[in-house]
Write a new protein. Structure first.
Length: 646
């Protein structure tokens, strides 16, 4: 397999027939091709805990295919059909892979973030038409089971329990298999062991149909939308997932000798495809680090030792993971590591440069979306890193930058090279849309000529060499008056400061400018976190910010950044925090002798602020006057609010 390094390489590959390059038609066929070539190679090495002396659990490609077939037979026997989903609430461990890929043989997979609220999970189960749930059972390290029990009170669905420790029979949920009631002692692994190692005739017929119609056969539904608000289900066809996972290794330089640390959950496209199925497609090995992955502090502290022991060649990261690894003492031989790939959120140029200087490991960037089966562009390992770039488009796809007018992408008005616009994408990897077609508006666009486009919402440009550069999200741009401020450029300036570990810039509401930039930071170990430090850091960095209007008006030191489950900074939480800090300042002194607190939250109708005045002992007239004073002070800020006294 020839590795790609530039746009010319991509165009040369595209001169070949697509089916000659992407030979698999379904996800399980993609894994099966690797298993046929390397049956005894390790597909997974699972670390049961963070102890270096604990034996690794190895799963070969031969065993992986057997377990996928058994899972598919199990799901079909329960009644899962082509239009039904298997919901999965479990971490990145071998059994979760069996469920994920087996579900795509029997019907559809629907992996779900177990950190979502139970009512959100129940809504996803209904939207996905889930017939059964596979979930991690009770254990001491990762409590998913309490969420499962809450979900079952909202949605009566059979549950197959992945058992990692002995648990009481009372905690186990029986499942219905036709007219046969499974024993309460039976878990997912027990049921798998009773299934045939080969797909039955009905399953073979289903997979034959999917192989003949990969562009329309739905393999999975992945939710997107964050940990607040109503999640959306993006549909993935087999063609979507096979496309990204088959072509990514040509950029990565991956083959059967690749050993990658994949600590990302499988409910996110990073764990499943960007760093998951793409490695399985070439017969490489994934290190799965415990039930909690990169959130396992003990594992992270021994990260470099595990890299030495397992002869790791590739690191799967997001920028916050890069920052964490950069600050770890190198207590192992890391000479085997050839590359660190990162994506999921903007890569600060200074962070990448520091990582490469300090650890001598090349950093390469990725742009991906749930709606494109995880990948849009990749920086090739075989080329130099281009600062600010997210790489080159995948073969057989289009990535364009078009002008944006009144918030809408102008599909007939392409930007010139290096001119900023909105990034739009077309190709075999683009999802057909959301399960609720009403939510496609503004994201998916089918033109009169039949072309199906994904409107990314990313602002960026293409350079003369075809590299894509993302400068921000349309929703992240801070508009101060009529002036657009790019938070990513401001964050670069702060990350260059030796005392700052992580930072994020968001807009806070302002009566005159509409928004003003503010910065939240976490500090490196040993740096004192107090008001004097905050003032010093802001003064140190302000002269380095790319333009005066972009200089933050406030710096807030946090003990920890709010994070998503895959380690991305969760800016919606910081926007709410910025509102709380701003409005608390505005209300200072409004009620002498009383305690005034401000809480901002996201509601379906938008952002909402609750002002509580505690310790009130007022007459009716005084109460009316106090509420009037609060509302008068907040009148200049356009935000919905309510005042609660007492």
């Amino acid at each position: 397999m020839n590795n790609l390094s530039n746009l010319s390489d991509i165009e040369t590959l595209e001169a070949r027939p697509y089916r000659e390059v992407v030979t698999a038609r379904t996800t399980t066929e993609l894994i099966a091709q690797a298993a046929a070539r390397f049956p005894e190679r390790d597909a997974f090495r699972y670390l049961p805990d963070a102890g270096l002396a604990t034996p690794v659990r190895r799963v070969s490609y031969r065993e992986l295919m057997v377990q996928i077939h058994r899972a598919a037979n199990l799901f079909a026997g329960i009644g899962v059909g082509p239009n039904d989903a298997v919901a999965i609430l479990a971490p990145n461990m071998p059994e979760t892979h069996y469920a994920l890929w087996g579900a795509q043989m029997a019907g559809r997979a629907c992996p779900i973030n177990y950190l979502l609220q139970p009512d959100h999970i129940a809504a996803l189960l209904k939207a996905a038409n889930a017939k059964v749930m596979v979930a991690l059972g009770p254990n001491d390290e990762l409590d998913i089971w309490s969420t499962v029990l809450k979900v079952r009170r909202l949605c009566d669905i059979p549950v197959l329990q992945i058992q990692v420790t002995g648990v009481a029979a009372a905690d186990r949920i029986a499942i219905e298999m036709g007219d046969v009631d499974a024993t309460r002692e039976a878990g997912f692994q027990d049921l798998l062991a009773k299934q045939s190692a080969e797909p039955d005739l009905e399953l073979q017929a289903r997979m034959h149909h999917a192989a003949n119609h990969p562009q329309t056969s739905i393999a999975a539904c992945f939710h997107t939308g964050g940990t607040t608000g109503a999640p959306k289900l993006a549909l993935h066809t087999h063609a979507n997932e096979v496309h990204t996972s088959s072509l990514a290794p040509r950029f990565y330089g991956f083959d059967e000798h690749t050993v990658e640390v994949n600590g990302f959950p499988l409910f996110h496209v990073a764990g499943a495809f960007v760093y998951g199925l793409s490695v399985l497609s070439v017969g490489g090995t994934q290190i799965l680090p415990t039930l909690t992955g990169m959130r396992n502090v003990a594992f992270v502290n021994n990260y470099w030792k595990f890299c030495e022991r397992e002869q790791v060649t590739a690191l799967a990261c997001v920028p916050t993971v890069l920052a964490t690894l950069l600050n770890l003492p190198v207590n192992g031989d890391i000479s085997s590591v050839r590359v660190a790939y990162t994506g999921g959120s903007p890569l600060p140029g200074e962070l990448a440069a520091q990582f490469e200087r300090t650890l001598r490991i090349p950093v390469r960037n990725i742009l991906g979306m749930t709606e494109s089966a995880g990948l849009v562009c990749i920086e090739p390992l075989a080329a130099h890193r281009v600062p600010g770039s997210v790489g080159l488009r995948l073969p057989y796809t289009q990535v364009r930058v078009v002008r944006r007018v009144d918030g809408n992408a102008q599909m007939d008005d392409d930007c010139a090279a290096d001119e900023t616009g909105v990034v739009v994408i077309r190709g075999p990897h683009v999802s057909p849309g959301y399960s609720d077609v009403k939510r496609n508006a503004g994201m998916f666009l089918t033109l009169a000529n039949g072309e199906h486009w994904l409107i990314s919402g990313d602002l960026g440009h293409l350079d003369a060499q075809g590299f894509c550069h993302i400068t921000g999200r349309a929703k992240d741009v801070i508009i101060r008056g009529s002036h657009n401020i790019d938070p990513g450029l401001v964050e670069d300036s702060f990350l260059a400061h030796p005392d700052i570990a992580l930072c994020a810039v968001v807009g806070e509401p302002d009566a005159y400018a509409g928004e003003l930039p503010v910065v939240f930071v976490t500090l490196k170990s040993g740096v004192l976190a107090d008001a004097a430090t905050a003032a010093r850091l802001l003064a140190d960095v302000a002269p380095q910010v790319y333009e005066r209007p972009a200089v933050p008006k406030r710096l807030t030191i946090l003990d920890a950044m709010p994070m998503t489950a895959v380690g991305k900074i969760f800016k919606p939480a910081l926007r709410l925090k910025a509102i709380e800090v701003k409005l608390a300042d505005m209300l200072e002194g409004v009620a002498p002798g009383k305690v005034v607190t401000v809480t901002a939250e996201d509601r379906p109708s938008g952002q909402w602020v609750i002002v509580r005045v505690a310790g009130t002992d007022l007459t009716g007239l005084e109460t009316v006057e106090l509420v009037a004073q609060v509302r008068a002070r907040l009148a200049a800020i356009s935000v919905a609010h309510e005042v609660i006294l007492g």
